[in-house]
Design a protein around this ligand. Structure first.
Ligand SMILES: *[C@@H]1O[C@H](CO)[C@@H](O)[C@H](O)[C@H]1NC(C)=O
Ligand SMILES: *[C@@H]1O[C@H](CO)[C@@H](O)[C@H](O)[C@H]1NC(C)=O
Length: 222
């Protein structure tokens, strides 16, 4: 088993709700005094302190077979206080949504939070992709799709060379409308892996989101 990669891409003037969290099938811990849970609690606290200043935290607590690995990533433009709020909320909510799961991932607009009993750092895995789109159709889909691809490709190139592995931007559309885009990778990836991951995700857009006013594609696995 491996794990994740890129933070979701968002493009649209209309933000979409976050996807459903994913609970892994990598094992369960017991309800009372499980050493894995103790490690997970320490890790969750650690990430809520480590991530907010830079927007990214990565860590592992304990020894095998009870070692817990985790990361927290905030969207590149989120402030330190908002990042902290999001990571705290994510760390609490995921345990309610995936009780006793040794691995899980939860996405919000402002952050993602992920943990696992498997060492996943630095691995790109596209297995748990999610696709979300706004139901509204654009009026000039061909031009819109081409511009979307152009904008996101440009942002992917910026993101993988940026220390935060993040880029956001906008582009003129027809009329007075604008197109907005965002790309980001988790910082455990190498710049090469980040670029490949984003290019793959951009290549997936036609399968969900062509001609839609908004779309979001992300990946992760547990
Ligand atoms: C974990 O627990 C859930 C819910 O009780 C169960 O459906 C699942 O099969 C268990 N998974 C493993 C790997 O034991
Ligand atoms: C968008 O276009 C599709 C395909 O033509 C259509 O089925 C759908 O109803 C349209 N959506 C809206 C919100 O008009």
């Amino acid at each position: 088993m491996t794990a994740v990669l890129a933070y979701p891409i968002i493009y649209s003037i209309i933000l979409l709700p976050p996807p459903e969290p994913v609970c892994s099938n990598s094992g369960n811990f017991s309800a009372y005094n499980d050493p894995y849970e103790a490690n997970l609690n320490v890790l969750t606290g650690y990430l809520s302190i480590q991530a907010p200043p830079s927007g990214f935290g990565l860590g592992s607590i304990g020894q095998n077979p009870n070692q817990a690995y985790g990361l927290a990533l905030c969207r590149g433009d989120v402030s330190t206080p908002d990042c902290k709020t999001c990571v705290l909320e994510a760390g609490s909510e995921i345990r309610k949504r995936c009780p006793y799961d040794k691995g899980a991932i939860i996405w919000y607009d402002n952050c993602l939070f992920k943990y696992s009993n498997m060492a996943f750092f630095g691995h790109v895995d596209n297995q748990n992709m999610f696709y979300m789109w706004n139901l509204n159709n654009v009026s000039e889909p061909q031009s819109f799709n081409a511009k979307t691809k152009e904008l996101l490709s440009e942002l992917a190139t910026q993101a993988y060379t940026n220390p935060k592995m993040y880029a956001a931007g906008e582009m003129e559309l027809y009329g007075s409308k604008k197109l907005y885009g965002l790309t980001q990778c988790t910082k455990d990836l190498s710049s090469t892996e980040c670029k490949k991951c984003l290019d793959d995700i951009i290549g997936e857009l036609p399968s969900c989101c062509d001609g839609k006013e908004g779309g979001r594609v992300g990946g992760g696995s547990l």
